[in-house]
Every structure is written in structure tokens, then in C-alpha cells.
Write a protein that binds this ligand. Structure first.
Ligand SMILES: *[C@@H]1O[C@H](CO)[C@@H](O)[C@H](O)[C@H]1NC(C)=O
Ligand SMILES: *[C@@H]1O[C@H](CO)[C@@H](O)[C@H](O)[C@H]1NC(C)=O
Ligand SMILES: *[C@@H]1O[C@H](CO)[C@@H](O)[C@H](O)[C@H]1NC(C)=O
Ligand SMILES: *[C@@H]1O[C@H](CO)[C@@H](O)[C@H](O)[C@H]1NC(C)=O
Ligand SMILES: *[C@@H]1O[C@H](CO)[C@@H](O)[C@H](O)[C@H]1NC(C)=O
Ligand SMILES: *[C@@H]1O[C@H](CO)[C@@H](O)[C@H](O)[C@H]1NC(C)=O
Ligand SMILES: *[C@@H]1O[C@H](CO)[C@@H](O)[C@H](O)[C@H]1NC(C)=O
Ligand SMILES: *[C@@H]1O[C@H](CO)[C@@H](O)[C@H](O)[C@H]1NC(C)=O
Length: 573
């Protein structure tokens, strides 16, 4: 018998359906009636990622259908799926008015004009809306439903028209929206959408990511300030807020627009409307936990923005700067006042400020425990932050470590437990001496300089996680695993291995046996995993006691854990 877990769940649900079938349900007392939907809801919510089962359960009866629809339609653009996503767009299209459908048809789209309208109005259940994922799905749908019979028809016109209709559909009934990711897409003007958005009910939003490229003057000075001011009146529950207003970006391509120089013009004495409205939005929230931004504000607005953040100094745990132009004493001063701050993440420091003139007080930010930076060529600023955080530093993830960083760690940061670093120079020898002295639980190393180094004796025996990126030879891994004393290691990650042969599987099994099967999981890069699995199959009996799975890349930041893929990573858009 096929023991597919999905089938088992489906079976259980059906049994459950028989036990509390609608007939018995209607004859029972009132208390039971109200109890049963609660229980059902609980069961269904466990299944929220199992669409297939939910769809079959929906057919059981009206009650089930009305309980499942909100779950099923809460995040329809969560993942792109060839089978499922077009159906979502189909359903949304079927909700458009006949007039709108006729218009779409006249633009060359295949649209059934008179379909039975769906039982429920699905857009009102939307809780998670990622505009990037939706846009991909919508464009794809238009491509697949477009007639090429008439030369006068343009696919992009059909996409733009459908987009604006869909946006209306979504924002007219947006009152369930909790998580909203907005990214300006240069192909579609969403100026109308943003205008209308301020009249929608956004009161439940808890995660807002608002990122753009190349906004117009009007957008900056009128539309966005109006939207944020309106939100600060109606929306109180934002926990995670991320802004990127690209006029201040150091990207020279974006520097062309007429008002971009304004952000660096020190003689501007008044905050812009955007500065004021963002500060108001921040201040109006009950308790912000995460805040991410570029330094988009006028220099004269620095106090305005930071003091609005200080109103969250008992809840704000995570701050990320996509850009931080004024990395200076003032900045340190504000960070110090945010008592709840635990994690700082940085991307770029486009500043020309003279770091050697900075006074760096020791242990100045004792509340901060984690520092993350996923960039290169910013080690000087990161080094300064390390000195500010000092003894309290626990997690340090940095893509661009070097010997300067390591001497700072040695002098100032003896309490690091999680160190994830990439080293592009030969400083690995001196750095490993530092690593050995740290009370590390988790270590990730990415470098091309392992070869012929004996790092095994330098790995702290406290390690529970060990990851290796870069160029590693099977021989080196073997040396590490045969010689290192890592009794508590439970997870190991390896992206690539060179010069592998069929003994690769045994290396890990031997290691696992040596330490009493403490190793629970081995994560391997794609091709390595394939190799491992084929060797696994050749074995006649099962000799491994740990799980194997795939690892794709390594993260240095934590932004993605909260907001999903950041806009500047290539795989999006
Ligand atoms: C958007 O799509 C990507 C890729 O399919 C997925 O990983 C991500 O979770 C989606 N994000 C949201 C908010 O739905
Ligand atoms: C959305 O609401 C506006 C104004 O209330 C209305 O004009 C428009 O027809 C609505 N659109 C849809 C698709 O419901
Ligand atoms: C999005 O960016 C493009 C330029 O990249 C701009 O022309 C367009 O107006 C922007 N959209 C909105 C809604 O501001
Ligand atoms: C800077 O701002 C001042 C006052 O608003 C203005 O007179 C000046 O032209 C601006 N300079 C630049 C380079 O934009
Ligand atoms: C930075 O400041 C130091 C000490 O005041 C000075 O020697 C150095 O020339 C300055 N560097 C720059 C680029 O201004
Ligand atoms: C960090 O380590 C020092 C000793 O090097 C110790 O005195 C201090 O209590 C530790 N601090 C924390 C926050 O663990
Ligand atoms: C391994 O973990 C145990 C607790 O699970 C701890 O007592 C022991 O000290 C650890 N060993 C090392 C070498 O860190
Ligand atoms: C596999 O490679 C290891 C070095 O990584 C080597 O010691 C061993 O002899 C090789 N085994 C075979 C069968 O080639």
C-alpha cells in the first residue's frame, strides 16, 4: 500500500468527516454546534500548506467550505506553481464585472463572459500579498490566454489592463491583509493603485515591506506621504516595517532623476513630506519589532526619524540599514537609546565620513547581541560596529572578514557563539587561532584557502553546527572529520567538494559512529547530494543514522527570515 502522508491525512480527515457529519451536527445542542466549527478550524489550519487535502475537504459541505475558503485563499500567491497559480488568476478573473470582462476580451484575451460566479468572494480572504509573486503569475496568465489572431492586439496592453482591474479587486476588499510586500514594477504604473490604497482598510497589517525603484516626483512628494499619513491613522499593528526609497541610492543609474541631489543637499533645512509621514507612521504603531530602511531622509530629518524609532525602544529588536550614509557619533547615540535592540544588519555605507576620526566608545551598545552583514568592501564600518558591541556580541555573520576583523574579535568579542564568515584573503591561519578561543556553537567558513591547512585541531569542541563553503577537497574533509574532536556536532553543511570518490559516504558515517551518532543532519550541495544518494542506494543495508538534505546557499543576513527574499537579490523580479 502506498503510504503517502498526504493520503493518510486525507483519509483521517474523511473519517473525521463521517464522525461529525452534518446530520448529527444539526440535531445537537447549541454548545456543540459552536464547538465543532472551532475544532474543525483548528484541524484545517494545520493543513494550510496541504492544498490538495483542503480542496477535497471543501467539497464535503457548506460549513466545511466556509471554514476552508479563508485558509485556502489567504495566501494564494505564496508559491508559484504551474498547476495552481493559473487557477488562482482564473478565479479572480471570474469575479470581474461583465463589462470589464468584455473589455479584456476586446484586447485579445480569452475570457468566458458568463460563468457561474464563485460561491464566495475570495479576494476578501487575502492575508499575504506579495506583489512580485502576483505580477509574475498575472503576466504568465495573460501570455497563456492571449489570441495572436489580430495584429493590433498587444500583450503588454492586456497585461496592464488586467493588472489594474485585479488591483482594484484586491484593494477594494483588502480588510484581511496582514502581510503586504510592495515593489514598484517599472512595467506597470501602480500610481493609481497607490492613490486608492489609502482608502482601503489596512488595519490588520502587521508586516509591511515597501520598496521601490525610480519613483516620480509626485509619488515622493504627494502620493506616498498621503498614503503613510492615512495609514498612521488607521493602522496600528505593524510589527515589521521595511522601507526602501531609492532616490538616495548610491547606484549611479538611479541618480539621474531631478530631485535625487536633494537628499544630499545639506542646505535643505526642512524635512520633506515623505520624512514627516514616515516618522508619523512609525510613531503611530503600537509596538514595532523590526525596522529596515535606507537612509532616504534629508540630513535635517535625522532626529525626526530616529526619535520616532525611540518610541519603540522597548520592542524594537531588529534594525537593518540598506544604506547608511551618516555613520557617525549621532547614529551611535540613537542606537544606544533603543534598549530592546538585539540585532543589527547592514548592507551599504556610501559615506565618505572619516572613520579614523570617530571616537568609538567601548562596550557602547551592550544590548546588541547579533551583527549581520552580507556585503563586501565594508569591513571598516563593520569593524567599528564590532568594537561598539564588544563583549555582548553573540552572533556575527559577515561575508567579508579579514585579519583586521579577526584581531578586533580577539581583543573585543570573546563571547561569540555563532560565527559565520567568508574570508577572501590568506588570513585564515591567524583567524583560526582566534576561532579556537571562542565558545562557538555554530561555525560557517567560506574560503578558498583550506587546502593543506590543518584546521581540524583548531575547531572548538563545543561546535554543534559546522558549515563549509568555498573550495574543499574530499581529502581535506576527511582529515577534518578523522582528526577533529567534535562530540556535540549535530548538523554539518557542505556546499561543494572536489576530487570526490566513492568513499565520500563512509567518511561521514565513520564520523557519526565515532561520536555516538550525535550527527543528526548532513546538508549537501545539489550535486553532492545526488552523489551521496546514489551511493546510499548501492549499500545493501542501512548504515547511516543521520538525515541528508539539500543546502543551496548560505545566508549572512536575517532579513529574509522576516520579510522573504530582499529586492536586491537577483532571483526575484
Ligand atoms: C514568493 O515566491 C517565492 C518563490 O516562489 C516564495 O519563495 C516566496 O515565499 C513567495 N513570497 C510570498 C510572500 O508569497
Ligand atoms: C472598487 O471600488 C471602486 C470605488 O468604490 C469602484 O468604483 C470599483 O468599481 C470597484 N472595483 C471592483 C473591481 O470591485
Ligand atoms: C516605477 O518606476 C518607474 C521607473 O523605473 C517609474 O517610471 C514609475 O512611475 C514608477 N511607478 C510608480 C508607481 O511610481
Ligand atoms: C540645495 O538646497 C538649496 C536650498 O533649498 C538650493 O538653493 C540649492 O540649489 C540646492 N542645491 C542643489 C545642488 O540642489
Ligand atoms: C581622517 O582623519 C585623520 C585624523 O584626523 C587624518 O589624518 C586623515 O587624513 C583623514 N582622512 C581623510 C580621507 O579625510
Ligand atoms: C563575556 O566574557 C567575559 C569574559 O571574557 C565575561 O566576563 C562576561 O560576563 C561575558 N559577557 C556575556 C554577556 O556573556
Ligand atoms: C556537549 O554537550 C553536553 C550537553 O549536551 C555538555 O555537557 C558537554 O560539555 C558538551 N561537550 C563539549 C565538548 O562542549
Ligand atoms: C578516495 O579519495 C581519498 C582521498 O580523498 C583517497 O585517500 C582514497 O584512496 C580514494 N579511494 C579510492 C577508492 O580511490
Amino acid at each position: 500500500m502506498d503510504l503517502n502522508p498526504k493520503k493518510v491525512t486525507e483519509l483521517l480527515i474523511c473519517l473525521f468527516a463521517l464522525i461529525i457529519s452534518p446530520k448529527s451536527f444539526s440535531t445537537r445542542s447549541n454548545t456543540c454546534v459552536s464547538l465543532i466549527p472551532d475544532c474543525l478550524l483548528e484541524v484545517f489550519s494545520y493543513l494550510k500548506d496541504d492544498r490538495r487535502t483542503l480542496v477535497s475537504c471543501m467539497r464535503v459541505n457548506r460549513l466545511w467550505c466556509s471554514l476552508i475558503a479563508p485558509i485556502l485563499w489567504s495566501a494564494p500567491f505564496k508559491r508559484y506553481s504551474l498547476k495552481y497559480t493559473p487557477k488562482v488568476i482564473n478565479t479572480y478573473v471570474s469575479l470581474l464585472s461583465v463589462k470589464n470582462k468584455k473589455f479584456l476580451k476586446s484586447l485579445g484575451l480569452m475570457i468566458p463572459l458568463h460563468t457561474a460566479s464563485p460561491l464566495l468572494y475570495y479576494p476578501k480572504y487575502l492575508e499575504v500579498f506579495n506583489i512580485v509573486n502576483y505580477t509574475v503569475a498575472m503576466k504568465e496568465w495573460v501570455r497563456n490566454n492571449f489570441y495572436f489572431a489580430n495584429k493590433g492586439w498587444h500583450i503588454s496592453r492586456a497585461q496592464k489592463t488586467l493588472d489594474s482591474m485585479m488591483m482594484d479587486l484586491i484593494i477594494n476588499h483588502s480588510s484581511s491583509l496582514k502581510k503586504f510586500k510592495y515593489v514598484n514594477n517599472s512595467e506597470f504604473s501602480r500610481a493609481d493603485f497607490l492613490e486608492k490604497l489609502c482608502y482601503s482598510d489596512l488595519s490588520l497589517i502587521n508586516t509591511l515591506e515597501f520598496l521601490g525603484h525610480g519613483y516620480s516626483h509626485e509619488m515622493y512628494f504627494t502620493t506616498l506621504p498621503k498614503l503613510f499619513r492615512q495609514m498612521s491613522k488607521t493602522t496600528r499593528n505593524i510589527k515589521h516595517l521595511s522601507f526602501y526609497f531609492p532616490e538616495t541610492s548610491v547606484d549611479s543609474k538611479l541618480f539621474q532623476s531631478p530631485n535625487s541631489l536633494m537628499y544630499h543637499n545639506q542646505s535643505v533645512k526642512d524635512p520633506t513630506e515623505l520624512d514627516l509621514s514616515v516618522a508619523e507612521l512609525i510613531r503611530s504603531q503600537n509596538s514595532l519589532k523590526s525596522f529596515c530602511t535606507n537612509e532616504f531622509w534629508m540630513q535635517c530629518s535625522t532626529d525626526l526619524i530616529f526619535s520616532s524609532l525611540l518610541s519603540h525602544s522597548n520592542s524594537l529588536e531588529f534594525i537593518k540599514f540598506f544604506t547608511l550614509i551618516h555613520f557617525d557619533q549621532t547614529f551611535f547615540h540613537y542606537m544606544k537609546k533603543i534598549n530592546s535592540l538585539r540585532t543589527l544588519e547592514f548592507k551599504q555605507f556610501p559615506s565618505s565620513s572619516n572613520l579614523s576620526q570617530l571616537i568609538v566608545p567601548q562596550n557602547y551598545l551592550p544590548q546588541v547581541q547579533n551583527v549581520h552583514c552580507d556585503e563586501r568592501d565594508v569591513f571598516k564600518q563593520v569593524n567599528t560596529i564590532l568594537r561598539l558591541v564588544d563583549h555582548s556580541l553573540k552572533k556575527f555573520y559577515f561575508r567579508d572578514a579579514n585579519s583586521v576583523i579577526f584581531s578586533t574579535i580577539e581583543l573585543y568579542c570573546p563571547n561569540i557563539t555563532h560565527l559565520h564568515i567568508s574570508l577572501k584573503d590568506e588570513s585564515i591561519a591567524s583567524s583560526l587561532n582566534v576561532i579556537r578561543k571562542l565558545p562557538l556553537i555554530s561555525l560557517y567558513l567560506d574560503t578558498i584557502y583550506y587546502h593543506s591547512r590543518s584546521i581540524e585541531s583548531l575547531l572548538p569542541s563545543t561546535l554543534q553546527y559546522f558549515g563549509l563553503g568555498g573550495s574543499v577537497y574530499q581529502y581535506d574533509i576527511e582529515q577534518i572529520l578523522v582528526n577533529a574532536y567534535l562530540p556535540n556536532l549535530s548538523t554539518m553543511e557542505i556546499l561543494n567538494l572536489y576530487n570526490t570518490n566513492e568513499s565520500i559516504r563512509k567518511i561521514f558515517i565513520k564520523f557519526s559512529e565515532r561520536f555516538n551518532h550525535r550527527l543528526k543532519e548532513l546538508k549537501l550541495g545539489k550535486s553532492l547530494l545526488r552523489e551521496f544518494i546514489s551511493l546510499d542506494k548501492k549499500e545493501l543495508w542501512n548504515t547511516r543514522s543521520f538525515k541528508i538534505s539539500e543546502v543551496r546557499f548560505f545566508k549572512y543576513g536575517v532579513y529574509e527570515d522576516i520579510f522573504g527574499y530582499p529586492f536586491y537579490k537577483s532571483s526575484e523580479g
